[in-house]
Design a protein around this ligand. Sequence first.
Ligand SMILES: [Fe+2]
Length: 198
Amino acid sequence: MQNLIDYTLKHELNTATRQQKIHILFNYMEKRGQSFYDEVVTQLEHALQCAALARRNSASPEQITSALLHDIGHFILDEHNADIDFLETDLNHEEIGAEYLEPFFPNAVTTPIRLHVPAKRYLCSVDTTYYDGLSDASKRSLKVQGGLMSDEEQLDFEKIPHYQDALTLRKWDDQAKVRDLETDGLETYREIVLQCLR
Ligand SMILES: [Fe+2]
């Protein structure tokens, strides 16, 4: 697993100023985000659509930043739909992404990223209409992500700070898969992400 993770971004971020960090991060997303997330949107389009939903819903800078960066784990693992088994095998992109960003962003940003997959398990467990609304690929991947949560798991989940932000993020994530949707570019998030940087 370790050798699947691209550490070049982290090394560059470690020695950069705050302004440079944004530049490095956005460049990386531009470069790595051109592969397809699913058959409809690229990884970058998916990130921008998710962040746009957060901004449209007057979310906090931390929520908008976590929406923009929630799948950074896919970028650093170079996971995309051309890989056999992407969305079927689970490399824990949410854990890897959150851990990768923790030196640079507060928990209000990284916890929803870490929880956006368990959030789907939680929502499917408490709300059957949520499950019914998922795409076929998302229903399939639920199994490898651990399936439904038990009552005990749900209670534990509700004790985690920022879990509600993870549920909200998850719902934006599910909607951020619209073909050819025009969105604001990465640069429009510069000040918001900068505000959240440690
Ligand atoms: Fe996503």
